[in-house]
Ligand binder design. Structure first.
Ligand code: GCV
Length: 716
C-alpha cells in the first residue's frame, strides 16, 4: 500500500462523518429536508440580536448561530440592534428594553430562576421572537429548547413556551476513579484526564457541558461514591477548579464525593469521629479552601457505612451526626450534602430490602436544612424492575433525592438496547399514598407533596471516553431521557423518545414510528429475558453480566442470587408479605395491602413479594412455571422483533450507526437466549417440569452455562 493511500484510509476511518455523528449526540443539527418547514424557518428568522455579554450569552449566541446555519443551510445575520422584523432576540430579563418587557412581564412571574420564555411578540408592529429568562443560564436553556423545536420540525409561527425545571438539583453521579477506571462504566475510561488537568482542557469537557445544558442537567459529581480522599488535596482541587471553570457558563455546578475518613487519610488526624471538634473543624477548613477556589461549588455526595465505606458508625455515631457535621461545613457557602441511604449489612439478618428504611426512616426531620437524603429507586439495587423504594413517602420532614442508574449495571451493560426512561417513568408515577391517593414518587421528588424546597434527582452516569460517549448509540437516549425527566418528572417516556430520535437520527415518520416502538418495548423485553414476574438480582456475581441464579457460595448471604429467588421444590420467590419478612409493612397501608395480597399484587412484582408454588395459577390461567418459561421466550422474541424493526431502518440513517446497532442487537439476541436457557435449565431442577409448548429447547447444558467465566468484564 502506498503511503498516500494508507494516510487516506487512516483519515477516512478516523474522521468518517458517521463517527462524528455518533459523537454529536442529539445535537446533530442536520440540514432540514422538509422544504415547507425550511421555508417557514427562513421566513421567521432573519437575524439574531444578542443582548447579553456574559460568557453564557456568547455560548447561547454561538449555539444558535451554528445550529441555525446547519439546519437551514445558510448563515443568519448577527445584528447589533433590532432592525426590521423576524429577529430572534435573546437576553435575560434585565437586558430587555422596557417595550419588550411589557409584552412578557406577566410571564416572568410564571418561571423560576432557571426557567425560560420563548415568545412571538409584536414590537412597533413588527413580529419578533424573544428568548429570555431571569438570568443568562435560563436564556441558554431557552435557546436549546428553541433549537429543539427546529430539530423536531415544530412550527415557530406563534410561539409561547414558558417552562421551568421542577427539580432543583439535576445531577449526574460519575462513579469515576482517579485512575480513570469507571465503576460500572461500560463506555471506556473516565472523561476526566486528571494527569493533564488543570492545564489541558479537553474539548470533550466543553461538549459534555453543552450536552448536559441542552437537557437542563445542572450539576455533576465528578468522583466515585466509593471515594478516594486524594480528590480533596490541593493537587487535585486545582484540577477540579479547572473543570468547574469550564462547566460554570453552562449552568453546571461541580460536586465531589467526600470520603468520611479523609481527615485521617489526608488530614493527619487520628480520628474521623464527627463529634470530635478537630474533625468538624478540619471539614470546615476544607470547605473554606474549596469555596475559595470554586465559589459555586455544589457540595458533597457521601456513601457512608455502606459496602465497607467508612462512616460515622465507625465511631459509634449515626448518619445524622455524620451528615449534619458536613452540612455545617458547607452551609456558610450555600453548599448541600447529598447523603446516600444505600445501606445494608451482612451482619443484619433482616431482609436486605428492609434495611435502608429501617435505618433511615427514624431519622426523619433530624437532618440539617442543607442535607438531602439520596435514595435509589428501589430497595435492592437498580434491577430491571423494582417496586419503588419504601423511603419515598415515608420521610415527609426530610428532603429526599431520587437516584437512578443510567449506566446499565444490571441491564446488559452497553451491549443491550434498553430504553430506561420507561423504567424511570414507572417509578416516578408510582403512588406512595403518603398523603392519600395521587401522592406519586414524582411529587415526593419535586417537593410538591410536602412543600419541600430542597429537591434533587441523580443519575449514575453512563458516560465514558468512547467515541460515542455511552458505548451503545441508543444508550445516549438514556442520558438524554434522564435529563429531560430531571427537568420535568411528569414527561412521558414516549414523547422523550420521539424527540430524541428526531434530534439524533431523522424526522422521517417511517423511521420514527417503528423505532420509537422498539425503544418503548425494549425495557419490558429485558425484564422478560432476565427477570420476569418480579425475579431480581440473579445476575452473575461481581460483574453482574449474564445469568447466575445458581451462585450461592459468596461470603455475604445477600450477595448470592439464591438469597433472592429462593427457588426450591415447593416454588420460587421471596416472601416479603406478612407471612414472610413483612417488608410490605414499610409502605403506606394502601400500598401494603396491594402488595401483601396475592390477589392484588401486580404480577410484574409477584416473586418480589411472594413465594409461590410452581403450579400457582397466573391471571391468564397458565401455571407459574409455564408462564415464567413463556415470559423468557417472549423476551427473546421481542429482541428478534427489535432486530426486524432495526433492519428496516437502514435506508433512513447513516451506514455506520446502522451497522453498530445491528451488531449490538445481534449480541443482545444471542444473550437473551443465553439468559432464557440458563435460567430455565436452572429453575427446571426445582420445578421438575417440562418446558411448555412455544419455548425453544436449550442448545447447551446447565453445566456449560455455569462454567462460563468473565474475568475481564468491564466496570468491575
Ligand atoms: C459504587 C452496587 C454496585 C456498586 C456500587 C454500589 C453503590 O452495589 O454494584 O458498584 O458502588 O451499588 O451504589 O454504592
Amino acid at each position: 500500500m502506498t503511503l498516500l493511500r494508507f494516510v487516506y484510509l487512516f483519515l477516512l476511518i478516523s474522521f468518517s462523518a458517521s463517527a462524528q455523528k455518533d459523537y454529536r449526540l442529539w445535537l446533530q443539527y442536520d440540514k432540514i429536508t422538509n422544504l415547507q418547514v425550511t421555508q417557514e424557518y427562513k421566513m421567521g428568522i432573519k437575524g439574531i440580536v444578542s443582548l447579553g455579554n456574559s460568557e453564557t450569552s456568547t455560548i447561547s449566541l454561538r449555539e444558535l448561530e451554528s445550529g441555525l446555519t446547519n439546519m437551514l443551510g445558510n448563515k443568519i445575520e448577527i445584528k447589533s440592534k433590532i432592525e426590521g422584523e423576524n429577529n430572534l432576540i435573546i437576553g435575560s430579563q434585565s437586558s430587555l428594553s422596557s417595550d419588550i418587557q411589557k409584552n412578557i412581564l406577566s410571564d416572568f412571574k410564571r418561571i423560576n430562576n432557571e426557567g425560560f420564555i420563548i415568545k412571538s411578540i409584536s414590537l412597533k408592529n413588527k413580529k419578533q421572537i424573544v428568548i429570555t429568562g431571569k438570568n443568562d443560564v435560563g436564556v441558554l436553556y431557552g435557546v436549546y429548547n428553541f433549537l429543539r423545536l427546529l430539530q423536531t420540525n415544530k412550527s415557530i409561527s406563534n410561539l409561547n413556551v414558558i417552562d421551568s425545571p421542577k427539580i432543583n438539583l439535576r445531577v449526574l453521579n460519575h462513579w469515576d476513579n482517579l485512575d480513570r477506571t469507571v465503576e460500572r462504566g461500560y463506555a471506556g475510561f473516565s472523561l476526566w484526564n486528571w494527569q493533564k488537568l488543570p492545564d489541558f482542557i479537553d474539548q470533550r469537557y466543553i461538549d459534555y457541558a453543552r450536552a448536559n445544558a441542552s437537557v437542563g442537567i445542572n450539576g455533576t459529581v465528578l468522583t466515585n461514591v466509593n471515594a478516594n480522599a486524594l480528590i480533596l488535596t490541593p493537587q487535585y482541587l486545582e484540577k477540579v477548579e479547572a473543570l468547574a471553570n469550564v462547566f460554570r457558563p453552562y449552568g453546571i455546578k461541580v460536586y465531589l464525593t467526600a470520603r468520611f475518613s479523609a481527615p485521617i487519610e489526608i488530614g493527619g488526624l487520628k480520628t474521623a469521629d464527627p463529634k470530635d471538634a478537630a474533625v468538624a473543624n478540619w471539614w470546615k477548613e476544607k470547605a473554606k479552601e474549596i469555596y475559595k477556589r470554586i465559589p459555586d461549588f455544589g457540595g458533597f455526595l457521601v456513601k457512608a457505612n455502606s459496602e465497607g465505606q467508612p462512616g460515622p458508625q465507625n465511631y459509634g455515631r449515626d448518619h445524622v451526626d455524620g451528615a449534619n457535621m458536613l452540612a455545617d461545613a458547607v452551609a456558610p457557602f450555600g453548599g448541600v450534602i447529598m447523603w446516600r441511604a444505600f445501606v445494608y449489612s451482612e451482619h443484619d439478618a433482616n431482609d436486605r430490602a428492609k434495611q435502608a428504611y429501617a435505618e433511615f426512616q427514624p431519622y426523619d426531620g433530624k437532618f440539617k436544612a442543607n442535607v438531602i437524603v439520596q435514595v435509589k429507586n428501589g430497595a435492592i439495587d437498580f434491577q430491571p424492575r423494582e417496586p419503588f423504594h419504601p423511603l419515598f413517602g415515608a420521610m415527609p420532614k426530610t428532603p429526599i433525592m431520587m437516584e437512578f442508574q443510567v449506566t446499565q449495571e444490571y441491564l446488559g451493560f452497553s451491549t443491550h438496547l434498553v430504553y430506561l426512561p420507561k423504567l424511570f417513568q414507572e417509578v416516578l408515577e408510582s403512588d406512595t399514598y403518603q398523603k392519600g391517593k395521587g401522592s406519586t414518587v414524582a411529587k415526593v421528588v419535586d417537593g410538591s407533596l410536602t412543600n419541600t424546597k430542597l429537591t434533587g434527582i441523580a443519575g449514575v452516569s453512563n458516560i465514558g471516553n468512547d467515541l460515542n460517549w455511552t458505548g451503545h448509540p441508543f444508550a445516549q437516549a438514556n442520558w438524554y431521557g434522564f435529563g429531560r425527566l430531571a427537568w420535568n418528572p411528569y414527561l412521558d417516556a414516549e414523547v422523550i423518545a420521539d424527540e430524541w430520535l428526531r434530534c439524533t437520527f431523522s424526522n422521517n415518520k417511517n423511521f420514527i414510528n417503528p423505532i420509537k416502538n422498539m425503544m418503548i418495548k425494549s425495557r419490558e423485553a429485558v425484564i422478560n429475558y432476565m427477570t420476569p414476574l418480579g425475579l431480581h438480582h440473579i445476575m452473575d456475581t461481581g460483574h453482574h453480566y449474564g445469568p447466575g441464579p445458581w451462585v450461592s457460595d459468596l461470603s455475604r448471604p445477600e450477595w448470592n442470587p439464591t438469597y433472592y429467588h429462593k427457588a426450591d421444590k415447593n416454588g420460587i420467590g421471596f416472601d416479603r408479605s406478612k407471612t414472610g419478612t413483612n417488608a410490605t409493612a414499610q409502605y403506606a397501608t394502601q400500598v401494603e395491602k396491594i402488595f401483601d395480597n396475592l390477589e392484588t399484587c401486580p404480577e410484574q412484582d409477584l416473586l418480589w413479594f411472594h413465594h409461590v408454588s410452581w403450579d400457582y395459577k397466573l391471571k391468564n390461567g397458565q401455571t407459574l412455571w409455564s408462564g415464567m418459561a413463556l415470559k423468557y421466550q417472549e423476551g427473546v422474541n421481542q429482541v428478534q422483533e427489535m432486530q426486524n424493526s432495526w433492519n428496516k431502518a437502514e435506508k433512513y440513517i447513516d451506514a455506520e450507526r446502522f451497522k453498530e446497532v445491528q451488531m449490538l442487537l445481534q449480541i443482545q439476541y444471542k444473550e437473551a437466549k443465553w439468559w432464557r436457557d440458563a435460567c430455565l435449565l436452572y429453575f427446571q431442577q426445582y420445578s421438575g417440569k417440562e418446558l411448555p409448548v412455544g419455548v425453544e429447547k436449550p442448545t447447551e447444558t446447565l453445566e456449560y452455562f455455569k462454567s462460563l467465566k468473565f474475568p475481564f468484564a468491564p466496570g468491575n
